[in-house]
Design a protein around this ligand. Structure first.
Ligand SMILES: Nc1ncnc2c1ncn2[C@@H]1O[C@H](COP(=O)(O)OP(=O)(O)OP(=O)(O)O)[C@@H](O)[C@H]1O
Ligand SMILES: [Mg+2]
Length: 286
């Protein structure tokens, strides 16, 4: 059972931003969507969520469900989406905002079971103590956690997270990524997370997909895919790759780091002046 994205083309006006992307996300798998600013990650995610429409290509679920043709309410039972930017400017408290995730399931009144989902979701993202606070009074990170809780309460089959940890402190980044991974496995969800932190992606995702100028240029397990050449192509940055506790890790190198990687530069490690460093770089690149 998979989410199948085949030859997807999406644009704004005449400009295509996603240019024939194909990828698969299996149930129970958390896939990291990586790529530089403007590479098309949010556009791709919004198209799966039914917010943008593709001009070509298909998005199918379980082999035969065309997500673009599903009625809104049915789509909302399958797909939950956490947007990149937070828009919570209405007068609800936190538990009411999280309850919005349950609206595809109940008629006019929430049932006990709906509130159970809300309670579980608030607990998972650490919001239970703030439950009665108005969403307009929250910090950026608290607001982001409300959106994540709403998506979890929705009990989706496909979970789309667009940079869900960008406003979170390190504790909640790790908690949120752990929860995303746990829910993906436990509820057998097909999950996609756009994320800029390559090291966190390596730690928490099963697979990564690199989007570059609207095209998928690499995918696979982080340890198989990360390479200095790929990172240089995508981000224009020189990096060193290492392993920490069994996870592949990426370390950007400054010009100075690169100089110190050369044996004859070792003497510069003590008190190197920037003029010396520039000279060294010229020698290296000459
Ligand atoms: N509503 C829009 N109208 C016109 N162009 C858009 C719109 N949204 C995004 N774009 C353009 O589409 C391209 C891809 O944007 P997108 O938001 O998908 O990138 P992204 O990979 O999510 O980037 P980031 O890492 O900054 O979030 C960019 O060039 C952007 O300017
Ligand atoms: Mg984006």
């Amino acid at each position: 059972m998979t989410l199948n994205i085949d030859s997807l083309v999406v644009g704004y006006g005449k400009r295509n931003v996603v240019k024939g992307a194909s990828l698969e996300i299996r149930k129970g798998e958390l896939v990291g969507l990586l790529g530089s600013n403007g590479s098309g990650k949010s556009t791709l995610i919004k198209t799966i969520a039914g917010i943008n429409r593709q001009s070509a290509g298909t998005i199918t679920w379980n082999g035969n469900v065309d997500l673009a043709r599903l009625p809104r309410r049915d789509l909302a039972k399958i797909v939950a989406y956490v947007p990149q930017s937070i828009g919570l400017s209405f007068g609800l408290n936190i538990k009411e905002a999280v309850l919005l995730g349950r609206t595809p399931y109940f008629g006019t009144r929430p049932r006990e079971e709906d509130w159970d989902h809300v309670e579980d979701a608030m607990r998972l993202v650490g919001l239970d103590e703030l439950r009665d606070r108005s969403v307009t009074e929250l910090s950026g990170g608290q607001g982001q956690r409300v959106l994540i809780a709403r998506a979890i309460a929705q009990d989706p089959e496909i979970l789309l997270l667009d940079e869900p940890t960008s406003a979170l402190d390190i504790r909640y980044q790790w908690q949120t990524l752990s929860v995303a991974r746990e829910i993906t496995r436990k509820n057998n969800v097909a999950a996609v997370i756009a994320i800029h932190d390559l090291n966190q992606a390596a730690r928490f995702t099963d697979r990564v997909v690199f989007l570059h100028q609207g095209e998928v240029i690499a995918q696979g397990a982080p340890a198989d895919v990360y390479s200095p050449e790929l990172i240089k192509r995508v981000y224009g940055v020189d990096v060193e790759i290492s392993t920490y506790k069994g996870y592949v890790q990426v370390h950007p190198l400054s010009e100075r780091d690169q100089l110190h990687h050369r044996p004859f530069q070792a003497a510069h490690a003590v008190g190197v002046s920037s003029a010396d460093a520039r000279l060294g770089l010229q020698q290296l690149t000459a």
